[in-house]
Design a protein around this ligand. Structure first.
Ligand SMILES: [Zn+2]
Length: 314
């Protein structure tokens, strides 16, 4: 039995995973601004209730796998750096929290990396050993598997900063300190500003609707000029980010995940066409696929993280 936790900017997903199968999962709305300590206190209560619902005792829990939206030292299980989310997570002792709350070892990894581990073992990446994944959501995350191994790097950040590849020298200011990063040009945190800075914007896309990508894609489909131009801007930004990752890491497959991929039917064909036309790929055609198990990839990735660290059945 493994406790799997995927800490996101919008939701925190929680699951109980046994023998590679999710036996129960739930999610809560994330409050990244209130910090990790208070958020984990909430998570702890929910896990307690899931455990008692399934009559699972602490000694059955082999480990806790946690994905975190920031740079993570996955040897010391520490958060190295955050990007305007859970600002108290640097220095927070996750291992001690796992030990105190559930008496089990805790393993921490970057959230995009655990999503990719899940897709690699159980989803769109099954059978492939060279994969790039981007997660389009509150921010833009990325992770890479090369020659059958997750890319980590000297300082644990290799492959994780695709969302901060610079695609516009004079672009919008990013939380990371740069300008014109992929996520500063097109992500959920940036969307409202993108719309509001357009002279055609008149106070809302439509009365009472949230300024999110779901409504943006909906209004673009209904021929709203502003929505079409912002949507197309974002699609081009993501395509450029994907092509930068392809040129950097030479994958055989690109997987796109994250909340915005609910509009995969529009995003995937657009990016596939851009990749076909603009990426330098003398060897052939590279497929761009949506996450196959969007609601489970991070939890199954967290399970894989625990099992590989503890070296029991993978
Ligand atoms: Zn950035």
């Amino acid at each position: 039995m493994v406790i799997a936790i995927d800490i996101g900017g919008t939701f925190i997903k929680i699951g109980l995973v046994k023998d590679g199968i999710i036996i129960e999962k739930t999610s809560i709305k994330a409050q990244a601004n209130i910090g990790i300590e208070i958020s984990l206190a909430e998570v702890e209560k929910i896990i307690q209730s899931l455990l008692s619902k399934h009559s699972i005792s602490f000694n059955e829990i082999k480990g806790i796998g946690v994905g975190f939206p920031g740079l993570v030292d996955s040897a010391k299980m520490k958060v190295l750096s955050v990007n305007d989310k859970y600002n108290d997570a640097v220095g927070f002792d996750f291992v001690k929290w796992g030990e105190d709350a559930f008496g089990a070892p805790l393993f921490l990894e970057n959230d995009a990396r655990i999503a990719l581990l899940g897709e690699w073992k159980h989803g769109a990446g099954k059978g492939k050993n060279n994969i790039v994944m981007l997660t389009l959501g509150t921010g833009v995350g990325s992770a890479v598997i090369i020659e059958g191994k997750p890319l980590i790097g000297k300082h644990f950040q290799a492959g994780n900063l695709g969302g901060h590849s610079i695609i516009n020298l004079n672009g919008a200011k990013c939380n990371c300190g740069n300008r014109g990063c992929v996520e500063a040009e097109a992500s959920t945190w940036r969307l409202a500003e993108l719309l509001k800075s357009d002279t055609r914007y008149s106070g809302s896309l439509i009365e009472g609707e949230e300024l999110d990508f779901k409504s943006l894609f909906k209004f673009a489909a209904e021929e709203c000029d502003l929505s079409i131009s912002v949507r197309d801007h974002c699609l081009n930004v993501w395509a450029a980010g994907v092509i930068n990752m392809i040129h950097a890491y030479d994958p055989e497959l690109v997987i796109l995940g994250g909340g915005i991929m609910k509009s995969a039917d529009i995003i995937i064909p657009f990016i596939q066409e851009k990749v076909d036309k603009q990426a330098w790929l003398p060897w052939g055609k590279l497929k761009v696929l949506p996450s196959k198990i969007p609601n489970r990839s991070a939890l199954l990735g967290a399970y894989y993280l625990v099992t590989t660290n503890l070296k029991f059945n993978n």
